[in-house]
Design a protein around this ligand. Sequence first.
Ligand SMILES: *Cc1c(COP(=O)(O)O)cnc(C)c1O
Length: 379
Amino acid sequence: MKFATKAIHAGQEADPTTGAVMTPIYQTSTYQQASPGEHKGYEYSRGTNPTRKALEDCLAALENGRFGLAFASGMAATDTVLRLLSPGDEVITGDDLYGGSYRIFTKVYAQYGIKFVFVNTSDPKEVEKAVTKQTKLIWVETPTNPTLKLADISAIGNIAKAHAILYVVDNTFASPYLQNPLDLGADIVMHSATKYLNGHSDVVMGALVLNDESLYKKLWFYYNAVGGTPGPQDAFLALRGLKTLHVRMKAHCENARLIAAFLKDHPKVETIYWPGFSDHPGHELAKKQMRDFGGMISIVLKDADLQETFRIASRFKVFTLAESLGGVESLINHPASMTHGSIPKETREKVGVVDNLLRLSVGIEDVEDLIDDLKAALA
Ligand SMILES: *Cc1c(COP(=O)(O)O)cnc(C)c1O
């Protein structure tokens, strides 16, 4: 099946008892057993729930994977992967990460004796150089947040394979509509389903998709043992969101293309990050491993200090100043004080997260209204 058909149908069948076309919200914690241990595959909803199962199967189909796992947040999904590690293990990851990933690495798992090595993942040689006998995991985000650097998923996959290292790609910014890391050599795809997958800014959720059955069983063990799993209402909403993923992504990409063109030569814009420009360092790679350039754009404002940046960020009428991304509505975010506030100033400035950087999550409103809003706020 093709992507759009999978987005609407995968994992879902009419309800066998009533014929309900939409997967019901199975609002139940437990399931009747005919005799002890004799049940229909569902025992207790921390581990298994039919609404969540439909969502997981749909997610797996969209990422061309065999197994999907849904979590109560993207961070819960990340946490479950990190539980595969033991003290003394090393992780190679990007120097330009989502702030919450940086925080769980350095503030939660580092204290258990796991070492995190941060490198520029846009250069696979840097990843290779950082490999030691203790390296057990490579964790890559592409495009990165917020400066939209690209990492070559298959080149890093070859390094991971050569050294038998587990390889995870955080595919939140691209969504499976734009890129499928499992096809390019990743072992696990991680998502903050809060963003494009759900797409309506009304659910916090995470996901993992993978192909290897024994790895799936290990992850399922932590998923159930630790219990960061989502309830059926949220699973239902995310499943509904997925049905329009392809339509939304197309519109996000189209609006972003027009907005990027508007901002490129704007006198108030010093630098613009969007992989669709031929002078973006990841442009050729984006053309190779992504189907389009996505709905995220970051800009550095010309001659703006923190105060002026705050003033501009607060002036929007259609864009909403808020954390998060990937919803149908346009959002504007000041990474240095909002999403990346947990990263020390020197660390974030090294990778371009400066005080006068703003990140746009371009929504699917009428693009003329969005451009008018930008014009007015930047005037
Ligand atoms: C939001 C986000 C996360 C964390 O997901 P939550 O659903 O907020 O827990 C991880 N990675 C990226 C790239 C994100 O944007």
